[in-house]
Design a protein around this ligand. Structure first.
Ligand SMILES: C[S@@+](CC[C@H](N)C(=O)[O-])C[C@H]1O[C@@H](n2cnc3c(N)ncnc32)[C@H](O)[C@@H]1O
Length: 276
């Protein structure tokens, strides 16, 4: 098995879409009339979920009619949100085939299949033409990416001059390896965390400029702590990302919080540009 297949299997195997539909029905949501707002607790599959997508979107210079690329699009929640909010088109790509299948079927459910098109593939080898996009982003993807130079180089290649590129990630902290399991790895395999300064250096090396880094650790920590408190009170919503994280979800959330507190991870949001 290749490492990339193992990474894909870690994120999602089997019929993910059916699992989501079952959870939807259990939560009292009607798949025929479901909205992107109702999907949001489950399909923004990253630390702090939907509010983090909104904050990222607020920081990006997206215009109506833009074509964006979402590298590691997961279930397409962020892509659908941006497409609806900015009236733009988003091409998503993800290494996990069952997520891509679910992403496209969810887009069809909410009538957005023309605005958001997801396909299966590796962010290290993008199936798009040079200079095809006005902007691109990768939300919580790079923790699994073995070659950041190739990944950022591909993003750079497919972006137009002047385009933005944004990423959010759990960088490697200063104190040691993270406790596992975490969302991106059960035991440390398939995990390629880098110090934020090294990610910035790799972006520069790929050609990006105007690189702005924001620490997001405190916000993520409060998000994880709120989720832990809800779980302890037995208040976890029926429809949420635990459907995707599986039975290790409680331990994963506790470790994600503890790793930030112990400075084993260093979460950041980075926004940069391809020069004109
Ligand atoms: C935490 S999820 C984030 C999904 C989505 N970006 C979101 O925010 O909802 C990480 C995603 O990265 C994808 N991924 C990991 N390595 C990848 C790669 N080399 N190329 C494309 N997708 C990748 C995984 O399959 C998974 O869907």
């Amino acid at each position: 098995m290749t490492d990339m297949q193992a990474i894909s299997d870690h994120w999602g195997k089997g019929d993910v879409y059916s699992r989501i539909l079952d959870a939807m029905v259990l939560a009292g949501l009607d798949p025929k009339s479901v909205t992107i707002e109702q999907l949001a607790p489950m399909d923004h599959f990253h630390a702090r979920g939907f509010p983090a997508t909104v904050e990222l979107a607020d920081a990006l210079p997206i215009r109506e009619g833009d074509r964006l690329v979402d590298i590691g699009c997961g279930l397409g929640g962020p892509a659908r949100y941006l497409a609806r909010r900015f009236r733009c088109h988003v091409d998503g790509i993800d290494i996990t085939a069952p997520f891509v299948d679910a992403a496209n079927r969810l887009s069809a459910l909410v009538g957005m299949e023309d605005m958001v098109v997801c396909r299966h593939g590796d962010g290290q080898k993008l199936p798009y033409d040079d200079e095809a996009f006005e902007g691109g982003y990768a939300q919580h993807v790079t923790m699994n990416v073995p070659d950041r130079g190739v990944f950022f180089g591909e993003a750079f290649r497919v972006l137009k001059p002047g385009a933005f590129f944004a990423l959010t990630e759990h960088g490697l902290g200063e104190t040691g390896e993270p406790h596992h399991p975490v969302p991106w790895s059960e035991d440390g395999s398939g995990a390629y965390l880098m110090r934020p300064a090294d990610s910035v250096a790799a972006l520069k090396e790929a050609g990006f400029t105007d690189i702005r880094t924001t620490d997001t650790g405190d916000k993520y920590l409060s998000g994880y702590k709120a989720a832990i408190e809800r779980a302890e009170k037995g208040d976890t919503p029926v429809f949420g990302t635990h459907i995707l994280l599986g039975k290790l979800a409680p331990q994963i959330i506790r470790n994600a919080a503890r790793n930030i507190e112990e400075r084993r991870t260093h979460p950041v949001q980075i926004v940069c540009h391809k020069p004109r």
